[in-house]
Design a protein around this ligand. Structure first.
Ligand code: SAM
Length: 301
């Protein structure tokens, strides 16, 4: 661990993800029928992708795999699946569960920092990073996407999740105040309008790639339900970086859709879950619902 290239914020995150591994296991195993689980919604994307074409997607790598639930879900579908995470406690729980469920033959886990790990000639049909890039330093992203480019097989797919900075416009809470304070709200609003008004997602990708507006990184956000600081990105910021790494971006999907502003969603969790899970089931890949979603997934090949 000592020679991993982590800054202080990342070392704090690592400590958090070691100390809270069992909480993450509980979150990752959440029963999505009763409440909204961002993790289950995210994982469904990778599972559905493999199911659409099991012949094409035979190997998978999950970056920042936490307690390994997605790796195991994909292994159950017959995919040879790999997971990597720098929290040894997460990986300990993952290995123990894979053994218990007799999935070890198709699941391999490694403890390492993704940016420091050397993947020697390893390529995968599906590469996922869900709830992961939020913990990289923003300046690490170009190298991270270059690394992903090396890891995804020809004809394979990168599924990239991110906490959605655009949602700060419509959440109408402390996050919105933080963006107003930083003078970034207009840029975010403009992107939300561009996204919803685009004639197609491909149209929006073109706008994003040619956009030269820099939103700038916000270093301090109000506390979320994860007690470590993570960065947030808009779809267009990540589309530009993926494009620069020679990815073709084919879709963006809403994850954890909010029909009710967070203050009311908290008061009526059941109604919030009904809206959010319905949108998740019926509008997968609907880019126009992304501004109202606290997370999104980009598909890149
Ligand atoms: C928010 S959790 C998400 C876990 C899982 N992907 C999910 O969707 O539930 C972030 C995970 O990324 C891991 N992580 C963060 N930075 C990392 C790094 N540089 N290298 C490896 N793992 C990292 C953490 O240990 C943690 O398990």
């Amino acid at each position: 661990m000592q020679d991993w290239n982590l800054d202080e914020r990342q070392r704090n995150s690592l400590k958090y993800f070691i100390d809270h591994a069992t909480d993450w296991r509980r979150r990752a195993e959440a029963d999505g029928r009763r409440r909204v689980s961002t993790i289950l919604q995210r994982n469904t994307h990778a599972i559905a992708l493999v199911k659409t074409n099991p012949e094409r997607y035979k190997t998978a790598l999950d970056l920042g795999c936490g307690t390994g639930e997605l790796v195991m879900d994909l292994a159950r579908l017959g995919v040879k699946s790999y997971g990597i995470d720098y929290s040894e406690k997460m990986i300990e729980l993952a290995i123990e569960k894979a053994e218990r469920l007799k999935l070890s033959a198709r699941c391999t886990f490694a403890v390492d920092s993704v940016m420091d790990h050397e993947f020697v000639n390893q390529r995968f049909d599906v590469v996922t990073a869900f709830g992961f890039i939020e913990y990289l330093r923003p300046e690490e992203l170009p190298a991270f996407f270059a690394k992903c480019r090396q890891l995804v097989n020809d004809g394979g797919m990168l599924l990239l999740g991110s906490r959605n900075r655009l949602f700060n416009v419509l959440s109408l809470n402390q996050f919105t105040k933080a963006e107003i304070g930083a003078g970034t709200i207009n840029t975010l609003l403009q992107e939300a309008v561009d996204l919803v008004a685009a004639e197609s997602f491909a149209d929006f990708v073109n706008i994003a790639i040619n956009d030269t507006t820099a939103t700038g990184v916000l270093n301090e956000y109000p506390q979320t339900d994860v007690a470590v600081a993570g960065y947030q990105y808009t779809p267009s910021e990540l589309i530009r970086l993926l494009d620069q790494a020679s990815f073709k971006i084919t879709a963006v999907s809403p994850v954890h859709f909010h029909a009710l502003v967070p203050a009311i969603a908290r008061e009526n969790a059941e109604l919030h879950a009904q809206f959010s899970n319905t949108i998740h089931e019926q509008y997968r890949g609907e880019y126009r619902l992304v501004p109202q979603s606290s997370t999104y997934i980009l598909y890149a090949e």
